[in-house]
Ligand binder design. Structure first.
Ligand SMILES: C[S@@+](CC[C@H](N)C(=O)[O-])C[C@H]1O[C@@H](n2cnc3c(N)ncnc32)[C@H](O)[C@@H]1O
Length: 235
C-alpha cells in the first residue's frame, strides 16, 4: 500500500507496537497502512461523519483488517475512553478545529504519550494554543506534496509545566522553532512562500485608504521583515 508523502510522513511518526486512534480518518489509509506494515497491532479509526467512516470501513474490509481496526462514529477525542490508546493522529483538519478537539477532551489528550497533528491551515493558531496549554511540540517536520508544503507536529503534554520553551516573538507561531532545525531547503521554501503571501496581501491593499488598511500593511511588512530575519536562523 502506497501512501501519499503527507500521509506517509504522518504514519511514520507513530511509534512501534502501540495502540493508535486516527481521528478524522476518512479513507482509513493511515491505520490500514500501519497494520499492514506490522508497525502496530490494533487501531481505532474514527470520524464524525458517516460517509467518511463508510469509506474507512470499505478500506478496512477490503484488506481483511476488521478484527484489528475498530470503527467509531463521533467527534474528536470524545470517541475514546481515558487511557484507551497510546497515541492519536489528527490529520487533514484546520488548526483551530484541532485545538478545539484537544480542548474539548483535555484529560484524554493530556494522558496520551504522543499526539501527531497535521493542520491544513491555521497552524499558527494551533501552535499558540499548544504553547499556552502546556503541550510541547517535540518535533516538527515539513513535507512537500505536489506544490504544497504540509506541517506535521509531534506533541506531548508537559505535566511538570516546566518544559515549555520561551517564545520571544509571535513569528515562532507561524514558523515553529522545530522547523528551523531540519530540512533547511524546505524550511527556506516554506518561509519564502509565507513572504510571498504577505507580499500579495500588501499588493491588494496598496492604493486603498483607511486606518485599518494602513495598519494591516504595516503588520504584513513587519511579518516579512521577521520572516526574512528568520531565514538566517535556518540551519
Ligand atoms: C480532509 S479529511 C482528512 C482525512 C485524513 N485524516 C487525511 O489527513 O487525509 C477530514 C476528515 O475529518 C473529519 N472530521 C471533521 N470534523 C471532525 C470531528 N470533529 N471529529 C472527527 N472527525 C472530523 C471529516 O469528516 C473528514 O473525514
Amino acid at each position: 500500500m502506497k501512501l501519499t508523502p503527507r500521509l506517509e510522513a504522518v504514519a511514520d511518526l507513530v511509534s512501534d507496537n502501540i495502540k493508535v486512534a486516527d481521528i478524522g480518518t476518512d479513507h482509513g489509509y493511515i491505520p490500514v497502512y500501519l497494520i499492514k506494515k506490522n508497525k502496530i497491532q490494533n487501531a481505532i479509526a474514527a470520524d464524525i461523519n458517516k460517509g467518511p467512516l463508510d469509506n474507512a470501513r470499505k478500506e478496512i474490509y477490503s484488506n481483511n483488517l476488521e478484527d484489528r481496526i475498530e470503527l467509531r462514529l463521533g467527534s474528536g477525542l470524545s470517541v475514546l475512553k481515558l487511557g484507551e490508546v497510546d497515541e492519536v493522529v489528527i490529520a487533514g483538519m484546520g488548526g483551530v478545529l484541532i485545538s478545539q478537539l484537544i480542548e474539548n477532551e483535555l484529560e484524554i489528550a493530556k494522558k496520551l504519550d504522543k499526539i501527531i497533528l497535521q493542520p491544513m491551515q491555521a497552524s499558527s493558531e494551533l501552535r499558540k494554543y499548544l504553547h499556552k496549554n502546556s503541550f510541547i511540540i517535540e518535533e516538527e517536520i515539513l513535507v512537500k506534496e505536489d506544490f504544497r508544503i504540509y506541517e506535521i507536529m509531534v506533541v506531548t503534554y508537559d505535566e511538570t509545566g516546566k518544559r515549555q520553551e520561551f517564545i520571544e516573538d509571535e513569528i515562532y507561531y507561524e514558523v515553529g522553532k522545530g522547523l528551523l532545525k531540519n530540512k533547511p531547503s524546505l524550511t527556506l521554501e516554506f518561509i519564502d512562500k509565507k513572504i510571498k503571501e504577505y507580499c500579495k496581501i500588501i499588493e491588494k491593499l496598496e492604493g486603498k485608504e483607511g486606518g485599518k488598511i494602513e495598519s494591516k500593511i504595516y503588520e504584513c511588512k513587519n511579518k516579512i521583515k521577521k520572516l526574512e530575519e528568520l531565514k538566517n536562523d535556518v540551519c
